[in-house]
Write a protein that binds this ligand. Structure first.
Ligand code: COA
Length: 162
């Protein structure tokens, strides 16, 4: 069984991430969405909230998709899950340098673990989680960017923080 890890902060998960996930599901038998707990970012949603939100969104895919939180090095987490690949989305040239550096560093740390880049649909190339958070925190409509359950949680968070 070919297992891939799709890691990220997912603060929150967007339609762009889901697009990448669906493409990864075409290639791998199982995709584990790995939510980084030790992200250098200061997430709006807690670790548990991010995992829960993703669960709600991906449960329709059944057993081929799992959601988990992880600490520490990604390559070690991937080895613990017997994954053969890391999946990352590549949206625009601006993503390349950072992704290139991460992929080569991870390869140095774990030779056999492949990093696979997948391009989301071009309609998502401009999308990222920061923009979605910003729009939501200012009371804007994010329904074109995130699934309804995520939009609801963003609205609730905006109310709590206002
Ligand atoms: N659609 C929409 N947005 C997307 C996207 C897509 N397909 N792909 C990426 N993004 C956005 C994210 O929303 C995020 O936006 P933001 O910065 O505005 O929040 C941004 O691109 C990048 O985030 P993400 O893909 O979640 O990755 P990340 O950079 O937050 O995560 C880790 C990086 C967690 C994978 C990396 O830090 C890691 O592996 N950490 C573990 C420790 C480790 O092993 N370090 C050594 C690594 S070499």
């Amino acid at each position: 069984m070919k297992i891939a890890i799709y890691p990220g902060t997912f603060d929150p998960i967007t339609y762009g991430h889901i697009d990448v996930l669906e493409r990864a599901m075409e290639i791998f038998d199982k995709v584990i969405i790995a939510v980084a707990r030790n992200s250098a970012k200061q997430p709006l949603f807690s670790d548990d909230e991010r995992v829960e939100m993703i669960h709600e969104v991906v449960k329709k895919y059944g057993k081929n998709v799992a959601v988990d939180g992880f600490d520490g090095l990604l390559v070690e987490y991937a080895a613990s899950k017997r994954a053969v690949a890391i999946v990352r989305g590549l949206r625009a040239v601006s993503d390349f340098e950072y992704e290139f550096q991460m992929a080569l560093t991870n390869r140095k740390l774990a030779k056999k673990l492949m990093t696979v880049f997948l391009m989301p649909h071009e309609k998502y190339t401009y999308l990222n989680s920061s923009l979605v958070r910003e729009i939501a925190m200012h009371g804007g409509d994010v329904r074109d960017f995130v699934p309804p359950s995520v939009a609801r949680r963003l609205r609730k968070k905006a109310k709590e923080l206002s």
